[in-house]
Design a protein around this ligand. Sequence first.
Ligand code: F6P
Length: 499
Amino acid sequence: MDNGDWGPIDGHEVEPLDVLFAKDPGRTERLSLGLGGIWFDWSKLPLDEILVGKFEALAEARGFAATREALFTGGIVNPSEGRPAGHVAERGSGSAEANAAAAATHVRMRALVDAIEAGAFGDVTGVLHIGIGGSALGPDLVIDALGREGSRYDVRILSNIDGQAFEDAVAGLDPHTTLVAAVSKTFTTIETLTNVSAALGWLSDAGVEDPFGRLIAITAAPEAAVEFGVDSTRVLPFAEAVGGRYSLWSTVGFSIALALGWPAFEELLEGASEVDRHFRFADGRANVPLMAAFGDLTITQLLGCETRAVFAYDERLRLLPSYLQQLEMESNGKLVTTDGEPVGRRTAPVTWGGVGTDAQHAVFQLLHQGSVVSPVEFVAVIEHEDGQDDTHHRQLLLNAFAQGAALMTGRTSDDGARAYPGNRPSATILLDRLDPRTLGALLAFYEHRVLANAVLLGINPFDQFGVELGKEMARAIDDPAERDRFDPSTRALIERAGL
Ligand code: F6P
């Protein structure tokens, strides 16, 4: 099949949501599925039985089952880099060999966590986790979401090279009782290495005798960490095949295990592994991540939407939109197929979002009445753990549901300013409760949904060459000998900033 040829899908006539609901009283049941303590409702997306059937045929024609099997058996699913994708092995869902290798790194990680807890590093109250992109966003999200009931250590995540970010991150930390975790898959990332050097300086300025003795490195390039000066006994490796944005399950989750405790980290992996089993063995419309991808592709390919908004109706999940931005846009923001040919269709939409209800009072105007139609994903949790009166949580959930209903039904009015077009698509993801297991399941669902989208689009979600040019030019721009090759606007900016 030619990549641009989606057969009958492209000609599919998308019917308005009210028509789809009127035609099929069983629509909500048919387009909702439960998995791992999470309920998914896609009935407010313009999917219908016929379209789902066409997508199932497309998945088959695209070899979805074979790619999926390759993911779990260590096949090369990242052809541009000639690699498997190792994240599933981190939760015991890969090939026997990859599972064993990942388990061995987890044993080392656990031994270090236990040693810290047993006092091998003296009194430890704080952890400065330094990493960027996939080496920060996952741990940041998980610790922020689950560490509210008193994280065992004060974990600060430092990513930006901005000195202000460094100062904010260390403010209030005691250098004498803080461990520094340098997290970088490549151990070459300039932001991370600059911040690690600053952290060593911060320890030394405070009179810590052996700053390097407080440094732990987490990397797929252990020799680079040792070269940097980290003692090999404090280097926690992970496999090269684990992509940065898929790495929180590996030793990159060290800060998670410290903050939440080892049993919670294991539960996180178990939640993900339940979704792995489902994704591997459920077929067609019964497969939750695949169905979610059918919804995504309906929106982008048939409605022409270029953005997708995710609103966490739960303060604990406030970092979910930024985590998903990297996962989805770095994975599927591509122009070429796995064969290097132009894709010839829209790939990943821009992922954006925020927190409900705040967003309702800021950006929902555009969602309800703007000229751009952006599908919305509501993510909410039925149980709450805050100590407040139930009114808060009840109102929070009801607001999420009301927004979805309002987007879909709209309202007519003779006064154009007060009219709402309606027929605006949304999906709702409802967790029974937020705990390590359901969060692990949710994040694994998002990972597999990205792969399902990629397979149907014919692209490779596991490379990210798009970030390389910017990195290269950021290096060159710092070299006066290279400046001449920059354009006049950029040269003028450098001059104006006195660089
Ligand atoms: O520049 C993008 C990127 O390579 C991401 O893919 C990655 O998660 C991040 O930078 C950090 O890379 P590293 O873990 O190698 O420091």
